[in-house]
Unconditional design. Sequence first.
Length: 169
Amino acid sequence: MKKTVAWSILLVLGQFNSTLRGQSQEDIAKQFAGMWRLVSNPQRLVDGTTREGPNSVGYAFFDSNAGRMCFLSMNPNRPQWKSEAAPTAEEGLSAIRGFGAYCATIEIHAKEGFMVRHYDINQTPNAVGKATKRWYTFQGTDRMSLRVDASELNRPVVESTFVWERVVK
């Protein structure tokens, strides 16, 4: 009996997964299209603990074809500058480290469930022209997760996921 139930669950999950993976690139592009607000960035560490990523305020914008996207994020806990006109070198560095921004062309790999981003603009000069991979999942029409590919993570982080909520279609 237990084997029958287990096989039934695996069969249903397998059919559900193949339905999702059976979507075309155009279908997935339509799901991405719009503006998304970052809800959370849970990170799992090598010791098994979890934490929220520091740049916890962010937006992502995907064009209607999902061929291009832009992303902005910030650490809301960045220290205020003592002078609004001219930050100290330390304040300027703190502001840059607590801010993320890029625009990229993207390739959707619908069968595999990931996208590859090719950076056109990036706050980090060395990243321009490079590509990164994000594994996507949609939870309904207005929520998605983008998981950072393991090859891009730096210890102690072993898993990092960005959870998004749609703001505008």
